[in-house]
Design a protein around this ligand. Sequence first.
Ligand code: KDG
Length: 321
Amino acid sequence: SAEAVCLGESMAVLLPDAPGPLDAVPGFRSAVGGAESNTACVLADLGVRSAWISRVGADGFGRRLLDELAARGVDVSGVAVDPHRPTGLYVKEVGGSAHPDDLGADRSRLHYYRAGSAASALSPDLLAEPAAARLLAGARLLHLSGITAALADGCLALLRALLAAPRSGRTISFDLNWRPALWRDRDPAVLRELLDSADVVLLGADEAEAVLGTGDPLALRRLLPRPRTLVVKDGAYQALAVDRKGGLTRQPALRVEVVEPTGAGDAFAGGYLAGLLRGLDERGRLRLGHLAAACALTSPGDQGRPPRPETVDVLLAASDA
Ligand code: KDG
């Protein structure tokens, strides 16, 4: 069994050997990525028994995903293998070359090849699959994200079913994860209802502005009155937790040299949620979120490796500068 279950699509990733537009890049290295599985890995690194629930294709990319997640200590017993649909893929474009069509230094863009993927066939049928149902029934925390809502009608229906089911003491966290490229044919208005049905909501002020029309923490609290806690990440600088009464806990981020930002939000969620499961107070949760995000920001791939749980205790006990 697992304490925390993270549910959503992960993909094979092609990372370019060099910056520049895709037609000018000489080659790619393969990796794996996906917001919810990144969070599951960080939870596992921080000593939380975590599981990832999804679907992959019966192909090499799917096997790679299962092998890498399992090697990171994440339970993948609830991942179904689809005999017909492929594992999704994304190709990363990185700016910083002299090419006239360059994105610009420090910018990157994800190109998705995931329509019709195995994970896009996630649906409420999942609830009747024995392995997934067992994991869901035993977890103290279920982590979801707005990406799933964009993938297909069945995926959205699954999120709604999970959020509507009796909690039986379980916490549901929901990371907005706004991906405009996935919403071209769908109405993102549904995200507000999903966020407001969760217990803990994580969102960036900028993406909140794009989706909900405001990034202001107290205005967001009025738009989303039901969750126990809203965690609003304000650019790179601070995170702010807002309780139901509008009470604020503010915590500045660690100052680090950013190498590659992809995955930092997923890592923040992993740190914050590990803190919640360990019973840390609000400030401790935010600090653990920042610590995990700093590890992802300072590593070149989508993920960094947080320090071992013993080291984390020492770091959390250190006072702020
Ligand atoms: O947060 C990083 C993720 O965005 C990346 O790994 C890909 O899950 C992904 C997505 O759907 O954008």
